[in-house]
Design a protein around this ligand. Structure first.
Ligand code: EPZ
Length: 420
């Protein structure tokens, strides 16, 4: 639990190193189940979602330990095939143990996952993929039970694009007998990183990053050491923090190649940037114009995970913005929290409309991981003091969040024991 007290009004400036990717490393932790040898995930972010996925793996019988910022995993003895509710409900990624437990144990009982309350977030596409690969799947009492004598390669055509379901199908197909073809896959970079990781262990996966992926099943995987890639959403978050305060931020290790849509919006707002080696140098003093219309979409479109971060900046810009959320049906609640700070916003269906506003400090509550971060950066650009509640949601995905903002000149006080 706990709160942040943030005093706004000062442009952020300075140099930070972008953390490694939460959404890339979580499926890799689930994938570790497919290998009996030692795996090292170098630079793994120390965030609560990683700790919760590690706890699930240890509960299944794996040895997992940290060596500095490297996460070491050894799944030699996996005695269990069940992920209990108390653990599964902590985050969405627990559902990825469905595919990897099936691949390892040919049986999986996974309690319905938790995660950000940004919509219903069903698992029908995950279950469909497992069924297509030859598993009997049943959902009862909030548990997904799946079992198979042998996973067999097959054609899986996703009726709708899903990052997690694509990842689960890849995890189950890796050790399946025969060839699996996935069509209408998600194209997010995190899927490309997962397949590179699996191929480094001996998997045979082609097409990652496109909408068709081909997996040739193999008998076993070998241990490896893999460098976790930088987090494109964290990088976008700090970019928007610079924009919210009209500051100048240098982002080392920013995955610029994965940030095209975000940088395009940043430039339209008046932001200026340069890429020097692996460093993104940003200048936000001329940020002043809201983008008239912005729609979230799957990669390489504007990421839904940065929708509320853009919103937190848009409300301070000239001209209105219409923001359409197309991925999750309930990911607009941060708008109501920003209203408490004086933001002129209206919600009509899946659209948020903004007008130029002056943000003043207020008492606000994080509704989800990215929405909480959005409130923090809005507070940095606001006049006066803002208290952000439920900071544990933010700390699920951002490593050293308050320390990073302080390093950029943000005035942020953490009150850990405060009642949410
Ligand atoms: C991943 O969630 C990310 N999480 C999310 O980031 C991200 O917002 C999302 O992909 C979209 O890019 C992780 O990688 C851990 P989906 P995921 O399956 O896999 C519907 C963050 O802040 N759907 O692509 O759960 C679903 O309800 C998090 O880091 C079904 O209908 O997203 C949604 O409307 C938040 N049935 C849409 O598809 C299913 O079986 C896209 O969801 C699965 C999904």
């Amino acid at each position: 639990m706990g709160v942040y007290h943030i005093l706004g009004g000062r442009p952020l400036q300075g140099r930070i190193r972008v953390q490694k990717s939460k959404n890339a490393v979580l499926p890799m932790i689930a994938a570790a189940l497919l290998c009996e040898e030692k795996i090292v995930l170098k630079g793994c972010p120390f965030i609560s979602d990683v700790c919760d996925m590690v706890e699930i793996l240890q509960n299944l019988g794996a040895e997992v330990w940290w060596e500095d910022s490297d996460l070491c995993l050894e799944c030699r003895k996996i005695e269990k095939d069940t992920v209990e509710g108390a653990l599964a409900e902590k985050m969405r990624s627990s559902v990825l143990f469905l595919g990897s437990l099936l691949g390892r144990k040919k049986r999986a009982v996974v309690h319905a996952p938790g995660g950000c309350t940004i919509g219903k977030r069903p698992t029908d596409l995950h279950q469909m993929a497992m069924t297509q690969l030859g598993a009997g799947v049943e959902e009862k009492n909030c548990e997904i039970c799946a079992e198979t004598k042998q996973l067999k390669g097959n054609l899986i055509v996703f009726p709708r694009v899903s990052v997690g379901a694509t990842e689960n199908a890849i995890l189950a197909g890796t050790l399946a007998r025969g060839v699996t073809v996935l069509e209408n896959c998600a194209r997010e970079p995190e899927i490309l990183h997962l397949c590179r990781f699996l191929n480094q262990m001996g998997a045979k996966i082609e097409g990652a990053g496109t909408s068709e992926i081909v997996i040739r099943g193999v008998q076993r995987l070998e241990g490896c050491t893999f460098c976790v890639p930088s987090d494109r959403i964290a990088a976008g978050t700090y970019l928007m923090a610079g924009a919210a305060t009209r500051g100048r931020i240098i982002l080392e290790d920013a995955p610029v190649d994965e940030m095209g849509a975000v940088l395009d919006v940043y430039e339209k707002m008046g932001g200026q940037y340069a890429v020097i080696g692996g460093t993104l140098v940003t200048e936000s003093r001329n940020v002043h114009l809201a983008v008239p219309y912005l729609e979230t979409s799957g990669y390489p479109g504007f990421p839904t995970d940065l929708q509320s971060l853009y919103l937190a900046v848009a409300v301070t810009l000239e001209g209105g913005s219409r923001i359409r959320e197309t991925i999750f049906e309930d990911r607009m609640r941060t708008a109501w929290e920003l209203k408490k700070m004086g933001a002129k916003v209206t919600i009509e269906g899946q659209e948020i409309r903004t007008e130029t506003s002056k943000l003043l400090g207020a008492d606000v509550t994080s509704t989800d991981l990215r929405g909480g971060a959005a409130l923090a950066i809005a507070a940095l650009g606001a006049e006066g003091i803002t208290t952000v509640h439920k900071i544990h949601l933010i700390e699920r995905g951002y490593e050293q969040f308050p320390r990073t903002l302080s390093a950029l000149g943000g005035r942020i006080l953490v009150e850990k024991e405060a009642i949410d």
